[in-house]
Write a protein that binds this ligand. Structure first.
Ligand code: 13P
Length: 223
């Protein structure tokens, strides 16, 4: 059996109390499996707490950030740089369509973020919604990087992409580059195995259905 990554992108959700509630319910029923790495990506405000509760305590659970500064340390009010994340996170999401669209993140910003993350030894989870978006990014990645394919029409729509098409996309990338490829977009406990059973898909990046510990645990179990 191949190993899988099941990542949770909590987006801009959860107060500290809600983080705490998730952790207590999650650890009650979570069964570690060496073949399934779980990556939880809370907001910055929850990273320290979630990391202290889950990182390394229950087998293969890692922590990721959802964003990082495109600058290194210095006079950049409000920014969190890659070296600051290093104590808590082994992964960081970059290039998510919600950031490209709402925060005007372009290729140059995304490449700066990837470079800073790789320098801090944090693996970037680079989100793309089309093959074209890989142009100009792949020159800056290395084998630690993960690509997450998230077609715009599938995000938050309850209308996931076709697993066969996603597999084709993943294979094309993996033929050229030594990277893992995840799928993201309306993944739930019922459709997750349609994706994880494909030979070239290495796992999933889950949004809405990862917020509830019970539905996320079901996704992990069925993956
Ligand atoms: P949903 O799972 O809510 O569709 O979100 C997908 C996503 O954007 C993960 O990064």
């Amino acid at each position: 059996m191949k190993s899988l990554i099941i990542a949770a992108n909590w987006k801009s959700n959860k107060t500290l109390d809600e983080d705490d509630l998730f952790v207590s319910k999650f650890i009650n029923s979570y069964k570690a499996n060496d073949l399934k790495e779980i990556i939880i990506c809370p907001s910055f405000t929850g990273i320290s707490f979630i990391s202290s509760k889950l990182k390394g305590n229950y087998g293969k659970i890692s922590i990721g950030a959802q964003n990082v500064s495109s600058f290194s340390q210095g006079s950049f009010t409000g920014e969190v740089n890659a070296m600051q994340l290093k104590d808590f996170c082994s992964y960081c999401i970059v290039g998510h369509s919600e950031r490209r669209i709402n925060f005007s993140e372009d290729l140059s910003i995304i490449n700066d973020k990837i470079k800073n993350l790789l320098e801090a030894e944090i693996a970037p989870i680079i989100c793309v919604s089309s093959l074209d978006q890989l142009d100009g990014i792949l020159s800056s990645i290395n084998g630690k990087s993960i690509i997450a394919y998230e077609p715009l029409s599938a995000i938050g729509s309850k209308d996931p992409a076709n697993p066969i098409e996603v597999n084709k996309f993943s294979r094309e990338i993996k033929e050229k580059f030594d990277v893992k490829v995840l799928y993201g977009g309306s993944v739930n406990s019922e459709n997750v195995s349609d994706f994880t059973n494909q030979d070239s898909i290495d796992g999933v990046l889950v949004g809405g259905e990862s917020l509830d510990p019970i539905s996320f645990l079901k996704i992990i179990e069925n993956a």
